[in-house]
Design a protein around this ligand. Structure first.
Ligand SMILES: Cc1ncc(COP(=O)(O)O)c(C=O)c1O
Length: 482
């Protein structure tokens, strides 16, 4: 955020943009919200935006775009092959991420598919700081697996550790020695580790991982979907990088990786994705898969308009006033909710405010999906749609038994430059009320459980009449308020 001091020392995040196009929102009554939840199978993915007031499901493809991005979309070069829009995206990738070879893909998970299909074989294990849902699913689909190598305190939901996304170097070395390099296709590092609360890694840690990769001749792959935010937190929290620009920090991180991939739905406030490298032989290895799954090499499943928006969005990632907006709103939300007794993940991370659902609903058994239940309850009491990031977002073991989640979180995403400060205050208000009435929240059970990525399409039902009782309590306390 800009260096603007308030007269009374208030610590308010100040927006450095003005709003010129708006979308009207609707807050439907709680009775309608309960009906909508039932229709959605108590899965927030199943809700229609007509029934959602504050859509905090994700920041993916929902960040506000800039006037310059929209303007660029108007001059896109529509061509199947050789489009100048792609040339502009390639140049932006080279300027911002420092990589000269680029493969376009239709979104982040498509990049994961290409990577895993190219480099992993059945029986392989990919070490990483933490998995992302779609990366894990692609890895399992090819018969390989993953291992997560974080420091133990990464799973402490309340912590002062500024870099919970760091890889534990000793454990990494031990894993490599025990597994053998032949079974390790690459090491993966995810910027702003999504599933543990948007927590960053430090540059010092990435340098150590690079040294290990060099020692054992392993590739280092960086998931850069949330790279701008990781860079911002490095600048805030890692002493050595305080005076550097976001551009320096981003280049430092991408320079340490052999391959960088990203979801442009996140990284550049647009749609699409990409895989980039400076190593020609790696580029060639992956290239052959692009026409099979994505499209020709100069569009990769994206519309040229999106490609133009990515190019501009990548340059905008270097703008601290833009990148800091979401993290400072998240900090505001986390600190205010915490001050009302709501158990939040700390230190505040990026992409969203994370509620510790295991603690919020400590009266529920883990088998009752506390984070999914809390997600349903938050929607019911406020029209606020979050996303379960716990056991429901994960997988069962080979015997069909649920694997307890490392953290059981409800994420309220804060897409860039979308929400206002008064909306943050409304969220805090509803969270406080719900926390005071948390014992009314009951559990959920599966009605339909898909084989892969079950959290997207799965349907659940409450284990008792608790949603109705929660609604009645809301009416009792709020009268005829929406
Ligand atoms: C860290 C990370 N990697 C990969 C992806 C997948 O990207 P996409 O949704 O564009 O397929 C996401 C999406 O949220 C993500 O957060």
């Amino acid at each position: 955020m800009p260096n603007v001091k308030f007269y009374k020392n208030e610590d308010l995040p100040l927006e450095m943009h003005k709003v010129r196009i708006v979308q009207k929102l609707h807050l439907v009554p709680i009775e309608r919200r309960l009906e909508a939840l039932k229709d959605a199978g108590f899965n927030t993915y199943g809700l229609s935006t007509n029934d959602v007031f504050l859509d905090m499901l994700t920041d993916s493809g929902t960040n506000a775009m800039s006037d310059n991005q929209l303007a660029a979309m108007m001059k896109a070069d529509d061509a199947y092959a050789g489009s100048q829009s792609f040339v502009r995206m390639k140049q932006a990738v080279e300027d911002v991420l420092g990589k000269q070879y680029l493969l376009p893909v239709h979104q982040g998970r498509a990049a994961e598919n290409v990577l895993v299909r190219t480099f992993a074989k059945p029986g392989d294990i990919i070490p990483m700081n933490y998995h992302f849902t779609t990366f894990l699913a692609h890895t399992l689909e090819v018969g390989a697996n993953i291992v997560e190598i974080l420091h133990d305190d990464a799973f402490q939901t309340t912590s002062t550790n500024p870099f919970k996304g760091n890889i534990d170097i000793d454990k990494l070395v031990k894993f490599i020695e025990e597994t053998g390099v032949d079974k390790i296709p690459f090491i993966r590092m995810e910027a702003s580790t999504n599933l543990i609360g948007g927590q960053p890694f430090s540059i010092a840690n990435m340098m150590d991982v690079r040294r290990v990769a060099d020692k054992y001749g392993l590739l280092l792959v960086l998931d850069a979907s949330l790279l701008g935010e990781n860079a911002y937190l490095v600048k805030q929290r890692e002493e050595k990088w305080k005076e550097n620009t976001l551009g320096d920090i981003i280049k430092m991180m991408t320079g340490l990786a052999d391959i960088v991939y990203f979801s442009a739905r996140k990284l550049s406030s647009s749609r699409g994705g990409g895989i980039c490298t400076n190593r020609h032989e790696l580029h060639q290895k992956m290239e052959v898969i692009i026409p099979l799954f994505e499209g020709f090499l100069t569009y990769g499943g994206m519309s040229v308009r999106e490609i133009e928006a990515i190019a501009v969005g990548l340059y905008e990632t270097l703008d601290e006033t833009m990148i800091s907006q979401s993290p400072t709103f998240i900090k505001y939300l986390v600190e205010n909710a915490e001050s009302k007794g709501v158990p939040m993940v700390t230190p505040p991370g990026v992409l969203g405010a994370h509620i510790n659902a295991a603690k919020f609903c400590d009266h529920l058994d883990p088998s009752e999906y506390p984070a999914a239940s809390l997600g349903a309850a938050v929607y019911l009491c406020g029209g606020i749609r979050g996303m379960e990031r716990g056991v429901m977002s994960s997988v069962r073991d080979e015997n069909g038994v649920e694997i307890p989640s490392d953290v059981e979180l409800l994420r309220l995403a804060v897409p860039r430059r979308v929400f206002t400060l008064s909306q943050m205050n409304y969220i805090v208000d509803r969270l406080e009320w719900l926390h005071d009435n948390r014992k009314l929240i009951g559990g959920l059970r599966w009605v339909y459980e898909p084989r892969v990525l079950r959290f997207f399409l799965g349907k659940m039902e409450p284990t008792s009449n608790w949603p109705h009782r929660l609604m009645e309590k809301f009416r009792e306390d709020f009268g005829d308020s929406l």
